[in-house]
Design a protein around this ligand. Structure first.
Ligand code: KG4
Ligand code: ZN
Length: 347
């Protein structure tokens, strides 16, 4: 089964063709990131306008398996022709959570294509998509071991999901305030680093001492598997104010060390409590090198499935992969965006 996945929930415009839930045939991603660097954060109106500009070139590049120019977002000269449209079995699209203006662009596009091509239309939860980066990376082998525990860490969410099967999933922990990616973005901003904060802060942290400053470890009670990052962000703010000439790399490294220790400790505790036999990492923060290393190392002997980098930040492939296992089509004219959609609610 070949599914065309479309993802436009935030500042990435992405599409991909995926076969059988794990084999990537082609994909294309454009981002309005450069525009958000100017404002130091995402302006929803700007992100939505960029979605409108990029969606057609991204679809064109995906369907023809050609590269997209980073500068003009136009598809570059053709390489290979892909399966004809007749061979696409369904269209999947992110319906939430995300920014309403951005979501609408993908949903309206998918709706029009499903109607015009007479294909089933599958609505997908963005966070569910983040789980399936592991299937694209490890293939069918992912279907062997259950229950699994997914640590989903993105700009808007930090969640622990227990999966007993593809369809039996339960949220067992989440952030009570800021998401991990949001904390990276906010602390990076107060250190004067460029948006998005995750990549810029973790780069600076490479030359800092992670043990230079001892920030309080959030929600450190062993029995609690929820997260909190807002107090840590405030602690960094106070530290920066009280030590204006402190080494920024040390602050970045100490902050990153604290966030990752919290993520890893909670995941380890939840895995023990719920008897998870495999761990999945997903979401934009899953691109963080230290998190990838520490999680794999600390959870031993439980295997940790780390997604390939291209499947961490937002992309259409994970949406198409999720749709393979959550194939519940709706009538094109019935599909709706759901900006606050929680994981687990039917869409
Ligand atoms: O999943 P994603 O692309 O978008 C959302 O669904 O939110 O995640 C974006 C988040 C941003 O907060 C970004 O700063 C963070 O992922 N991020 C990172 C890294 N790369 C991206 N955080 C820490 N370290 C990284 N290397
Ligand atoms: Zn995401």
């Amino acid at each position: 089964m070949t599914i065309l996945g479309i993802e436009t929930s935030c500042d990435e415009t992405a599409a991909a063709l995926v076969e059988n839930g794990h084999t990537l045939i082609s994909q294309s991603v454009a981002s309005s990131l450069e525009q958000h660097k100017i404002t130091g954060g995402i302006v929803p109106e700007v992100a939505a306008r960029a979605q409108i500009e990029y969606i057609t070139p991204v679809l064109h590049a995906t369907l023809e398996n050609i590269k997209l120019s980073a500068v003009t977002k136009k598809a570059l000269p053709e390489k290979t022709h892909l399966p004809v449209i007749a061979n696409i079995d369904a269209i999947a699209v992110t319906v939430g959570p995300g920014l309403i203006g951005s979501l609408l662009v993908g949903v309206e596009t998918a709706k029009s294509l499903a109607y015009a091509w007479n294909k089933p239309l599958i609505p997908i939860n963005h966070m569910l998509g983040h789980i399936y980066g592991a299937w694209l990376t490890y293939g069918e082998d992912m279907d062997r071991i259950w229950p699994k525990l997914a640590l989903l860490v993105s700009g808007g969410h930090t969640e622990l999901i227990l999966l007993k099967s593809h369809t039996d999933m339960q949220k067992i922990g989440q952030t009570l305030d800021d998401a991990a990616g949001e904390a990276f973005d906010k602390v990076a901003k107060l250190l004067g680093l460029e948006y998005p904060g995750g990549p810029s802060l973790s780069k600076l942290a490479e030359i800092g001492d992670p043990l230079a400053i001892s920030f309080p470890l959030p929600m450190n009670q062993k029995s609690d598997i929820n997260f909190s990052f807002s107090g840590l962000k405030t602690a960094v703010l106070h530290y920066v104010r009280q030590h204006p000439s402190a080494n920024k790399a040390d602050i970045a490294a100490s902050f990153q060390h604290t966030v990752i220790t919290s993520l890893v400790n909670k995941t380890k505790h939840a895995a023990q409590q719920y008897g998870a036999k495999e761990i999945i990492l997903g979401g934009g923060v899953a691109a963080n090198k230290l998190l990838r290393q520490q999680l794999s190392h600390s959870l031993l002997p439980i295997p940790v499935r780390i997604p390939a980098l291209e499947f961490t930040t937002d992309n259409g492939a994970v949406i198409a992969a999720a749709a393979h296992y959550h194939n519940h089509p709706v009538q094109p004219f019935d599909i709706q965006v759901s900006p606050n959609l929680p994981l687990g609610r039917p869409v």
